[in-house]
Design a protein around this ligand. Sequence first.
Ligand code: 9UX
Length: 72
Amino acid sequence: ISEQVDLRIQGMTCAACSTRIEKGLNRLPGVNEAAINLALETGKIRFNPNQTSPKDIVKKIQDLGYDATYKE
Ligand code: 9UX
């Protein structure tokens, strides 16, 4: 089972920020794939809804020090 959430992520200031977020999200159980785009300030995350949720994913990004909101 895999679902996708699209986020707007603000507060990324250097190129390593997007990598930091991808690595942080990949450590979250249930995250299958995290693609963060620094220039577009977007994130596309695929996850197993039985293990995690968009709310947990947003919380994790905020804990890492960035601002995340739902895109649609
Ligand atoms: Mo660059 Mo981002 O030193 O958290 S990694 S600003």
